[in-house]
Write a protein that binds this ligand. Sequence first.
Ligand code: PGA
Length: 249
Amino acid sequence: MSRTKIIAGNWKMYKTIAEAVSFAYEFVAGFREGERETVVCAPFTQLPALKRAFSGSGVKLGAQNMHFEDEGAYTGEVSPGMLTEIGVDYCVIGHSERRQYFAETDETVNKKLKAAFAHGIAPIVCVGEVLEQRDAGKAFDVVKSQIEKGLSGLSREDAARLVVAYEPVWAIGTGRTATPDQAEEMCSFIRRTVKDLYDADTAAKTRIQYGGSVKPSNATELLSREEIDGALVGGASLSPVDFKSIIEF
Ligand code: PGA
C-alpha cells in the first residue's frame, strides 16, 4: 500500500500578512506539484491572502486550530464553516502547544476531529509524549491513549482519511530530533493502534507524520522511512528555501 507523503508547515504565531504573501510567491515560483502533498498551516489572519497566493500552485492551505461548534457565543474562536468559507483544506488539531497552553484535551480533540470531517476539512491530529513520560518508559502508553480517545467514535472512512502527526514534545523547537528509528518505531506503533481500533485496510491508509525539529539536514533520513508518511515542520517551514528543500528531500 503506497501512501502519498504529506509535508505540512506549521507557522505557529509568526509572520505578517505581507510576509506570508511574499513567502508564498517565492515558494510557488518553481514549485512543481509532485507525488508529495504540500500544506502550509498559517495563522487565521493570513489565510485569505495565502489562498489567493497559492491558487493554482497545488500548495494546500491549513489552519492551526478551530472550534468544534458551528457557531455560538465563543468569543475569540473560529468555526469550521468560517475556515471552509476561505477554502482551507487542512486543520492542525490538538498540537501540544494547544494542549499545554490552551487547555486542549483528548475530549476537545475528539470533538474537533468530528467537526472537521463533518465540514470537509482534513485534520492533522497531533499526539506525542513529554520528556518525563519517555524517560519513564511511558511514551507508547501515552500515545496509545491519545489515539484511542482522540479517534473515539470516528468512522472507518474518516480514520482512513486522517493524518496523524507524531510529535514528541521534547523534540519540538528544541533542535533535538527523535532518531529515525525512534520516529519510525512510534509511527508504526500508531498504525498498529489504528489497526486494533479499526482494521488492517484502514490502518494501511492512515498517514502518520513525524514532527519535531525537522530541517533540511535531517529530512531525508526521516522521510525516506517506510512507516513515516511525512512531516509536520515548525521553525524550518518559515523559510521558503528550507521548506522547499524539505519537500524535495
Ligand atoms: P519544530 O516544530 O519543527 O519547530 O520543532 C514542530 C511543530 O511544532 O509542529
